[in-house]
Ligand binder design. Structure first.
Ligand code: NG6
Ligand code: CA
Length: 522
């Protein structure tokens, strides 16, 4: 049983225990962290989306905080998620680039995670949906037919119902508490990221079997549910997911978890597959927008949010639940499937007017929607333009749960971030840092944004039409003030060598060790 407070009662009186706590000790707020995938700065109604309505998300924003300069730590998933859940920048840890579906667990079991923070304060903790941080002890050596170790229970999650990596990577099965959910013993599972299994069709050789979605680049290995994937798998049988049911499966389980844990504080990490590829929303969302699967997947995401909020309301928990809603990185239109996403934008701009996108070090790579809703603590809608970084989540969690972080935990999380995340009363983070897919770093203090020189290609080379922001010369952009240039068009590095020098020096220090101080670059 969870520690619910310091009420000394005989064991037989378990039922009165909860009421005793409720009447004497103020209940800590629940936390529901909703992490969309590849959802862009311009993809939600409240951030100016065209052609798709997101009423559930919009109503959270309307009575909460809607940040307009909030950043994920990286412009791809695995490094962003690593940073969010551990409070450590991804470049401090090897193996945090976009993970294969057979990657070993990337977060060490002895590392302190955000789930540990909540668990140490007596919360029930759960993770749903996309994981993408590895499972098991050794890459490529997992036995998917047995319990996997380490799994999420070793990181502080009491319950988990997750996809090992992404929906476009095998294995295409849900993992519940470290075991394949709904395991089908008649179809043992084998996974390889090297070679195909004899006799198994692939998207490359058997395009006629791609009855649900065809690929535009990559994604031509194993076929599951009529969709080509990255990596090879065999077996799975009835445990294989159906892409059109992923949102339903994770939402139903999150709602059930809320119902089962309504008597005690809980932390839910709800990481959707929407709007990552392959986009294949449920039939009831098909055609609700004129943008094809990508737009319909945004509508499906909004539905999931609504279901969770409705459950919280139904059990009288909405008032004291902190819902945080954001995305792991910026948007991409064609990310490898022929889903007509580009052709059907119809004027919608997923980037919300920003330059770049997923994978990039330009703004649209990491500047993401960020909404905080908490009726009990946030009384007035605000739209802060101050800097916020997801790296601080662990520090915010420890403030909410009212527990200290152990020494060495979350080394890069700024300890005073909670006031800003929950009330937006101060000027926000002194600086934010982000990492592009080739590890180029950028640094912003809200006024200046500096991008390190890098000799990578100017455009993402494998398919998506996105500017990377890589340049062999230093780049410096003015991000606020009358002459602001949030679209990063005019590089002012040449005329401001001292600012460039200071920012480069700061980044070099930060690469080596955590920095907590206030910083203004002149
Ligand atoms: C890329 C995939 C892309 C997506 C991305 C990770 C190809 C051609 N492209 O390698 O589709 O899966 O990795 O996305 O395979 S993320 O949001 O999880 O970081
Ligand atoms: Ca992503």
């Amino acid at each position: 049983m969870k520690n619910r407070g310091s009420c000394f009662l005989p064991i037989l009186l378990v039922a009165p225990l909860a009421s005793c706590v409720q009447s004497h000790v103020e209940q800590k707020p629940n936390v529901v962290f909703i992490y969309a995938d590849d959802l862009g700065f311009g993809d939600l109604g409240c951030y100016g989306a065209q052609n798709v309505k997101t009423p559930n998300v919009d109503s959270l924003a309307a009575s909460g905080l809607q940040f307009t300069n909030a950043h994920s730590v990286a412009s791809t998933s695995t490094p962003s998620r690593y940073a969010l859940l551990t409070g450590e920048y991804p470049w401090r840890k090897k193996g945090t680039d976009v993970a294969a579906g057979d990657a070993a667990m990337i977060i060490a079991p002895n590392q302190y995670t955000v789930a540990d923070v909540f668990k140490s304060a007596g919360y029930a903790t759960a993770a749903f949906g996309k994981w993408h941080l590895g499972l098991g002890a050794e890459t490529g050596r997992q036995n998917w037919n047995e319990p996997l170790e380490p799994a999420l229970a070793d990181l502080g999650f009491d319950y988990s119902y997750i996809m090992a990596a992404t929906a476009d990577r095998v294995p295409c099965v849900f993992i519940e508490n470290g075991r394949v959910a709904n395991y089908d013993a008649s179809a043992p599972i084998q996974v390889s990221y090297r070679t195909n299994f004899e006799g198994e069709p692939t998207g490359r050789d058997n395009p006629e079997l791609l009855y649900n979605l065809k690929h535009s680049h990559g994604h031509d290995m194993s076929i599951v549910n009529g969709i080509g994937r990255i990596g090879y798998m065999k077996g799975g049988g009835t445990a294989l997911w159906q892409d059109e049911n992923i949102a339903d499966s994770i939402t139903a389980r999150a709602v059930r978890f809320i119902a089962e844990n309504k008597q005690q504080p809980f932390f839910i990490y709800f990481a959707t597959n929407d709007v990552h590829v392959p986009r294949f929303p449920h039939e009831r969302f098909r055609g609700v927008t004129n943008m094809g699967h990508r737009g319909d997947a945004i509508a499906q995401f909004d539905w999931s949010v609504g279901e969770i909020v409705n459950a919280l309301r139904r059990y009288g928990l909405l008032e004291n639940t902190i819902v945080i809603l954001t995305s792991d990185n910026g948007p991409v239109v064609d990310d490898g499937y022929a889903d007509m996403a580009r052709e059907l934008l119809n004027g919608h701009d997923p980037m919300g007017g920003l330059r770049g996108g997923k994978y990039s070090c330009y703004e649209a790579g990491t500047r993401v929607p960020f909404i905080v809703h908490w009726p009990k603590g946030i009384k007035k809608h605000k739209k802060p333009s101050s800097l916020l970084s997801q790296i601080d989540f662990m520090a915010v969690a420890s403030a909410i749960a009212d527990v200290e972080l152990p020494s060495g935990a979350a080394p890069d999380a700024h300890r005073d971030a909670a006031e800003h995340w929950l009330h937006a009363v101060d000027k926000g983070r002194a600086y934010a840092v982000g990492m592009a897919s080739n590890h180029t770093l950028w640094l912003s203090d809200g006024t200046w944004k500096y991008i390190q020189p890098s000799n990578g290609p100017a455009m993402v080379p494998w398919g998506p039409k996105i500017e990377t922001g890589y340049n062999v010369n230093p780049q410096l952009y003015k991000m606020s003030g009358d002459d602001a240039n949030v679209c990063e068009v005019e590089n002012l590095a040449h005329g401001n060598p001292e600012t460039v020098r200071q920012m480069e020096a700061f980044l070099n220090e930060l690469r080596k060790k955590p920095q907590q101080q206030e910083t203004v670059f002149k």
